[in-house]
Design a protein around this ligand. Structure first.
Ligand code: ADP
Ligand code: MG
Length: 145
């Protein structure tokens, strides 16, 4: 995939950010960055749904705790689209650990901890290809262009 190719990514506004009331501020950053929102919904994940989404982390020590955190309240998965969207959304998010995230990033501003870190973003074209259809069917994604 070329550098300027239009990509899609799976973003999630995590339960901690919704509980804190910073959903609007996060969506504003998406809009200001010029990333297009093609799909979004509010969903309270079951433990099984969270575990399936994070299956890539099943052997990590934080897996059970992460799955519990993701079921604490509703989250908002979204499909974002734009040029180099995967990396641009990761840049807006900041590092996984908010203490290490650049000033001005979403995680630096809004995350509570390395676990409760406000947002998710696909880390590659391959992970987006797994994560987008995990939450959205073809008919739920605005065709855009
Ligand atoms: P990212 O979300 O930045 O891609 P990872 O894919 O490594 O980070 O981890 C997935 C999620 O698991 C993180 O966003 C965070 O919620 C949680 N997590 C990652 N590392 C830890 C950790 N050391 N302790 C607790 N939770 C963690
Ligand atoms: Mg990741």
């Amino acid at each position: 995939m070329s550098e300027t190719e239009i990509q899609r990514t799976l973003a999630i506004i995590k339960p901690d950010a919704i509980a804190k009331g910073v959903l609007g501020q996060i969506i504003t950053r998406i809009e200001q960055a010029g990333l297009r929102i093609l799909a979004a919904k509010l969903i309270h994940l079951s433990r099984e749904q969270a575990a399936g989404f994070y299956i890539v982390h099943k052997d990590r020590p934080f897996y059970q705790s992460l799955c519990a955190f993701m079921t604490q309240g509703p989250c908002i998965p979204m499909v974002l689209e734009g040029e180099r969207c995967i990396q641009r959304w990761r840049d807006l998010m900041g590092a996984t650990d908010p203490a290490k995230a650049e000033p001005g990033t979403i995680r630096r501003e809004f995350a509570s901890s390395i676990e409760a870190n406000a947002v998710h973003g696909s880390d590659s074209v391959a992970s987006a290809a797994f994560e987008i259809p995990y939450f959205f069917g073809t008919l739920e994604i605005y065709p855009g262009r």
